[in-house]
Design a protein around this ligand. Structure first.
Ligand code: S3P
Length: 450
C-alpha cells in the first residue's frame, strides 16, 4: 500500500517519450468493487469475486466490512471471497471505520449501516473529512437514522442506525449515484419499497448488482423524464460470483495518453462500458479520436469491450451538460485532451467537480494555466483553449490529495514540450495501483523526482 498516511510527498515527473504501444488491462472497476464487497457482506453464502480493484479505497471498504462482521479472504491477485451475514445481519463495529480518501466507500456504507440498529463511527483522511455528507444524512434521517457530525455533516461522523428502517421516496437534489446507492442500501433492511427518483440518470451499478444478488429493483420513467428506481425491502440476497470489468475511469488515462501522443496505438482489454459511464469515450470520438470497441461481450450483467486507441488530431468540442453524470470523474483527463486539441472545448454543468477529492475545477484550471494552456473557469464551467500542438508544460502542478488530478497531469507531461512534475503521486494508489508501471510499460516516461 502507498504511504498516504505519512507526510512525505512523492513528486513524479513525466516527459515526452516515444509513441505508446501495447496491450494492457487496467485494474478493476472501483464502483463495482466497492459494491461487490458491500453486497457480498449482506448476502447469504460466499460471494466469489475476481478482478477486484485492490486500490486503497476498496481496501478500506474491505476492512470496514470485516469490522461489521463479514468474513473476507483474499485468494490471490484480485480474487476475494466474502462470507455474508444476510440482510440486517451487520454487527456493531468495535472501532471507528476509517474510509481513507474514498467518498464512495463512506457514503454507500453510511447508507448500509443507517438501515441497521447499530451505532457506527466514520472518519477519513483530510480530503474526505472536508467533503459534504449532508446529501446522504438528509434522506437517511427520514429512514430513521440519526447522526452526529461536524458542520455540514462532515466526517468524523457517528451514525445511529434506525431501530426499524422506514422505506422512503426521495427525489435526488444532485445527480449522484453515491446518494442514490446510500438510500437503496439503507432500504435493504426496510419493510416496504424504497424509491429514489433521479432527474438525470447516474451510474446504475448498485441496481444491476442488487438484481444480480436476487433483489427486485424496478425502474420507471416519470412524466417529467426522471427515473424512479424502486427496491423491494428485506430481500434474501444470495451470494453470486462477480467478475469485475476493468475500470473505464482508469482506462481513460492511457486512452487519452495514446490519443494525444503522436504515433501511439494501444489496446485496453476488458473495459467496462456501462452506458452510464461512457461519456468520455463519446466525447473523445466527437473530438476526432480514433477509438474502436472490439470483442464486445457481457460480464456479470455489465457490457465490456477491448478498446483500441490510435493517436489522431483532436479538435475542441462543446460537451453537453447533461452528459456530465456519465463522465463526472473524467473531466480532468478530458481537459488534458482538450489542451492538446485544435480549438476550444467548452464544458458546463460541472458544479459537482468542486466537491470531489479536491476542488477539481480549480485544480484543473490552475494546473493547465501553470503548463501554459489558456483556460477559463466559471462556478460550474471550464473552457480550455487547445494549443493544437504540444502544450508548453514545464511546471510543477499541485494535486491536493486527488488521484485523478495527479494522473491527468502526468498524462499531459507525456505530450508536452517540457516535462510536467506533480507534487505528490501517493494518492494514485487509491484507484490505480501500478499506474506508473503500466504507462511506462506502454513506452511512457514517468519517473520519481529526487
Ligand atoms: C461513484 C459515483 C460518483 C463518482 C465516484 C464513484 C459511485 O460520485 O464521482 O468516483 O461509485 O457511485 P457521485 O455519485 O457523488 O457523483
Amino acid at each position: 500500500m502507498a504511504d498516504t498516511g505519512s507526510d512525505v510527498l512523492k513528486p513524479l515527473r513525466s516527459a515526452a517519450s516515444g509513441p505508446l504501444s501495447g496491450r494492457v488491462r487496467v485494474p478493476g472497476d472501483k464502483s463495482i468493487s466497492h459494491r461487490a464487497l458491500m453486497l457480498g457482506a449482506v448476502a447469504i453464502g460466499t460471494t466469489e469475486i475476481e478482478g477486484l480493484l485492490e486500490g486503497e479505497d476498496v481496501l478500506h471498504t474491505a476492512a470496514a466490512m470485516r469490522a461489521l462482521g463479514a468474513g473476507l479472504e483474499r485468494g490471490g491477485n484480485g480474487v476475494w471471497r466474502v462470507q455474508g451475514v444476510g440482510v440486517g445481519g451487520l454487527l456493531e463495529p468495535a472501532q471507528v471505520l476509517d474510509m481513507g480518501n474514498s467518498g464512495t466507500a463512506a457514503r454507500l456504507l453510511i447508507g448500509l449501516v443507517a438501515g441497521h440498529p447499530i451505532t457506527t463511527f466514520f472518519t477519513g483522511d483530510a480530503s474526505l473529512n472536508r467533503r459534504p455528507m449532508a446529501r446522504v444524512i438528509t434522506p437517511l434521517e427520514r429512514v430513521g437514522a440519526s447522526f452526529v457530525g461536524r458542520s455540514g455533516g462532515r466526517l468524523p461522523l457517528a451514525v445511529i442506525g434506525a431501530e426499524r428502517a422506514v422505506p422512503i421516496v426521495y427525489r435526488l437534489p444532485v445527480a449522484s449515484a453515491q446518494v442514490k446507492s446510500a438510500i437503496l442500501f439503507a432500504g435493504l433492511n426496510a419493510a416496504g419499497t424504497t424509491t429514489v427518483i433521479e432527474p438525470e440518470p447516474t451510474r446504475d451499478h448498485s441496481e444491476l448488482m442488487l438484481r444480480h444478488f436476487g433483489a427486485r429493483v424496478t425502474v420507471e420513467r416519470q412524466a417529467d423524464g426522471a427515473l424512479a428506481v424502486s427496491l423491494d425491502g428485506q430481500p434474501e440476497l444470495t451470494a453470486r460470483p462477480v467478475a469485475v470489468p476493468a475500470d473505464p475511469s482508469s482506462a481513460a488515462f492511457p486512452a487519452v495518453a495514446a490519443a494525444i501522443r503522436p504515433g501511439s496505438e494501444i489496446t485496453l482489454t476488458g473495459v467496462g462500458l456501462n452506458p452510464r459511464r461512457t461519456g468520455l469515450y463519446q466525447t473523445l470520438v466527437e473530438m476526432g479520436a480514433d477509438i474502436t470497441f472490439e470483442n464486445r461481450r457481457e460480464q456479470a450483467g455489465e457490457p465490456v469491450a477491448d478498446l483500441r486507441v490510435r493517436a489522431s488530431e483532436l479538435r475542441g468540442v462543446e460537451v453537453p451538460p447533461e452528459r456530465a453524470p456519465s463522465m463526472i470523474d473524467e473531466y480532468p483527463v478530458l481537459a488534458v485532451a482538450a489542451a492538446c486539441a485544435h480549438g476550444t472545448t467548452v464544458m458546463r454543468g460541472l458544479a459537482e467537480l468542486r466537491v470531489k477529492e479536491s476542488d477539481r475545477l480549480a485544480m484543473i484550471a490552475d494546473g493547465l494555466a501553470a503548463c501554459g494552456v489558456a483556460v477559463e473557469a466559471g462556478p460550474d464551467s471550464l473552457v480550455v483553449y487547445g494549443t493544437g500542438a504540444p502544450p508548453p508544460g514545464g511546471a510543477t502542478v499541485a494535486t491536493a490529495m486527488d488521484h485523478r488530478i495527479a494522473m491527468s497531469f502526468l498524462v499531459l507531461g507525456l505530450a508536452s514540450s517540457a516535462p510536467v512534475t506533480i507534487d505528490d503521486g501517493r494518492f494514485i494508489d487509491t484507484s490505480f495501483p501500478g499506474f506508473v508501471g503500466l504507462i511506462n510499460g506502454l513506452g511512457g516516461g514517468i519517473e520519481a523526482v529526487g
